[in-house]
Design a protein around this ligand. Sequence first.
Ligand code: SF4
Length: 261
Amino acid sequence: MSLPKDYISYNQIKLYKTCPLKYYFTYIEKIQTPISDKILLGSVFHSIIEYYLNKKIESKEPDNGNLIDVFLEKYELAKNERKVVWTSSSDEVKKRGIAFVKYFLKEMANFINPLMVEKELEVELPNRGVNLRGIIDLVEKDFSITDFKTTTSKWSKSRVNSSYLQILIYKYLFEKSFCNTIPEVKFKIIYSKNHRNINHQEINIKPKENDIEKMLEQIDYVIENIDDAFFYKNESYMCNFCEFKYMCKDFKSVKRDEKVI
Ligand code: SF4
C-alpha cells in the first residue's frame, strides 16, 4: 500500500503513533470530523502570526487595531468553514483570541526578526524514496527555528518531549534544504484558560548528535507499517476523547501481518 498523501509529515507520524486505527480513519478513509474550539482558535491565531510576520518582513507591521480586525475577519471565516465542537461559547473563544493578539504584539513581536514565515519544505528520505514534508512557522535571521503553540496551560517537560519530534523534523528539513546547521530549535507557547492572564514560555532545545538518526528510525517504522496496511487499535484513556470511538468498536484489533482491510 502506498502512502495516502505520497509524502509523510509530522501530523501523519504523530497520528499513527497515537493510534494506527485513527490514522486509518483519517488518512485512508478520509473521514472528516468536527474540530474543537481550541484547534479553531490555534489555527486562526497561527494565521495572524503569519500575517504579522510577513508584514514585518516588508517593514509594514500592522498596529493593534488593524491586527485585531484581521483576526476577527479570519475567525468568522474559519468558524463557518468546518463543524466546530464548542466547549466555551464562540464569544469567549473570540475574546481569548483578541487577548492573544494583544499579548503577542505587546510581549513577543518586537523580539522576533523573521527571515522566513510558514516555509514549506520537502526532502527525500534516505533509502525509502519517500518525501518528508513540513511547514516551519518561523525561521529568524540568526537561522533559529521556532514553532508557535497556543494552549490552556504551561507546557510540562513531558509535553515538550512529546512534541520534540516535530521540531526535530523541521531542523532536518531546513538543514537538508539549505545546507545550514541549526544549533537550536524553539517552541514559543502562548497560554491561558480565558481572555485574562495570558502568558507565554519559550523553550530552547539543543538537539543531541544522534537525535536525527533516532528520528529517521521512527519515521521509517511508521512508513513501513502504513506500507503494510498495519492499522491496529491503540486503546488508552485517549479513546474517551476520540472522534471515532463509536466506529472503532466495530473493528477488531489486528496483529502484525494481519490487515484491517
Ligand atoms: S477510540 Fe481509541 S482505539 Fe479507537 S480509533 Fe480512537 S484512539 Fe484508536
